[in-house]
Design a protein around this ligand. Structure first.
Ligand code: TRP
Length: 455
């Protein structure tokens, strides 16, 4: 890190975001309420949850610290930050370029799912107006359709593009800040409802009593990939946000709080879904539709359930927006700062690319492209796998190597010292995790998922 911090006036999105809410707003999204429960159900319940928690603490948290430190030190978009952070080694900008690719891949399926969430707001409102609850076939008809999911996806992308083009207004930020606690409370309501159903304890066991025989290289990689995906790591999002962090923010406590808040929301979503699922005799391996089938079911059994369903999906839609904006911000920041493209144009270009690939993800859920399989996966699953389980962990590995080994130790610790009035006591411990623990785990998990470690 040869570059002294300088104060640049970056665009409005950056300067108006509070450090904690910005990062939490990026972290909390579909990963918590959709992906975490669905992968837990698919990949072995509590054994998966346990691995996931370890991956967050041992691997993801150190990587987040590095991303924030490098971002704030460099005060540049991710591509240029990694290209310049190690003097004489410009090729690390590849980390930022891979982030570009990940951003488009992730948004291709993320906006499909976000479209379902928005559609559920409309559908649950219509159902409630007619005094009904959502039918069990709602999800299959929506996700398996052709034009309907595409239109919702396009709508989502137009909204995200518009928000980015305008810069994030104080209104949206304030709304998110206010609504996150409401999302939290509503999840607690769901959890209480789910836990008081007869037979709910089977779901709690499923989440928290690990059967370690379920662990395999594939499961480990899936948990690691989720840890990166959840905390928006490995592709430059947190580097970009780090570049917007004020100097008085203490990076490690901030990152730890983000990880805790995010994990709490995921566990609550799990506690809302699995007990209810077991109580109603559903199957945990329900796949991507799990959230959309279970939540309306949980609420349908309680007074004002229709209203709660609407509120739940409204809050979920809001949570997706902060996450999507943060994903798209990686290419947009580069286009604006380096490419000197105007912000609205950058947003439109990014949104267009995301929609082009997104169409293929969405249609792979419908008969149109359902038969197209690459490595035995539908395109939707392929984009998810390629980003979460390949690009993000490999990106995270590169980031840990840069932060732990190539950047000077004193520069790294100096960044942690800001706001703390000196190098904090945990500085060396974090450095040890960045140098050894995170990279070693990532490499071992990648190897074992390839079947290279035997068994
Ligand atoms: N963390 C978000 C979620 O859980 C998704 C997300 C936002 C993301 N920014 C990212 C994932 C960057 C990977 C990389 O929904």
């Amino acid at each position: 890190m040869d570059r002294a911090p300088r104060s640049v006036s970056r665009d409005s999105f950056a300067s108006t975001l509070g450090a904690f809410t910005a990062t939490v707003g990026s972290a909390i999204g579909l990963g918590n309420i959709w992906k975490f429960p669905y992968l837990t159900g698919r990949d072995g319940g509590a054994a998966f949850v346990l691995t996931y928690l370890l991956a967050v603490a041992l691997v993801a948290l150190p990587v987040m610290v590095v991303e924030h430190a490098i971002g704030r030190r460099m005060r540049l978009d991710a591509v240029r930050a990694y290209g310049k952070v190690v003097p004489g080694q410009p090729w690390w900008s590849l980390v930022g370029w891979a982030g570009f690719a990940s951003a488009v891949l992730i948004m291709a399926f993320y906006t499909d799912v976000a479209g379902w969430v928005f559609a559920y707001v409309a559908k649950s409102t219509v159902a409630a107006a007619q005094g009904q609850t959502l039918g069990a076939d709602t999800f299959g008809a929506l996700a398996g359709g052709t034009w309907e999911p595409l239109l919702w996806q396009a709508g989502v992308l137009v909204l995200v593009t518009a928000i980015i083009a305008a810069g994030v207004s104080g209104g949206i930020e304030k709304a998110t800040k206010l609504l996150m606690p409401v999302l939290f409370l509503l999840l607690v309501v769901c959890v209480v409802r789910a836990l008081t159903l007869p037979g709910a304890m089977a779901g709690v066991d499923y989440l928290f009593r690990p059967d370690l025989s379920k662990l395999s290289g594939t499961v480990l990689l899936s948990a690691l990939g989720l840890a990166f995906f959840k905390l928006s790591l490995g592709m430059g999002t947190m580097t970009t946000y780090g570049s917007y962090l004020p100097d008085r923010v203490r990076i490690v406590p901030n990152a730890a709080r983000v990880a805790l808040a995010d994990t709490a929301i995921s566990l609550l979503a799990g506690l809302a879904i699995f007990p209810a699922l077991f109580a109603f005799g559903g199957t945990p391996a329900g796949g991507p539709g799990l959230l959309f089938v279970t939540i309306p079911l949980v609420f349908s059994k309680m007074p004002l359930g229709g209203l709660f369903t609407i509120v739940f999906f409204v809050l979920a839609s809001i949570a997706t927006i902060g996450a999507m904006v943060s994903i798209a911000e990686v290419p947009v920041a580069w286009l604006v700062e380096k490419g000197r493209v105007r912000r609205p144009v950058a947003a439109a270009l990014t949104g267009g690319a995301m929609f082009a690939l997104g169409i293929t993800a969405t249609l792979s859920q419908s008969p149109v492209l359902a038969d197209v399989k690459v490595f035995g996966k539908t395109l939707f699953d392929l984009y998810d796998f390629a980003s979460s389980n390949v690009l993000l962990p490999v990106g995270g590995l590169a980031i840990a190597i840069v932060g732990g080994w190539l950047v000077s130790r004193s520069d790294f610790l100096a960044e942690l010292a800001k706001g703390a009035g000196g190098v904090p006591w945990y500085g060396r411990a974090i450095l040890f995790f960045v140098r050894w623990v995170a990279p070693v785990f990532i490499v071992l998990i990648l190897l074992s998922s390839l079947g290279l470690l035997g068994g």
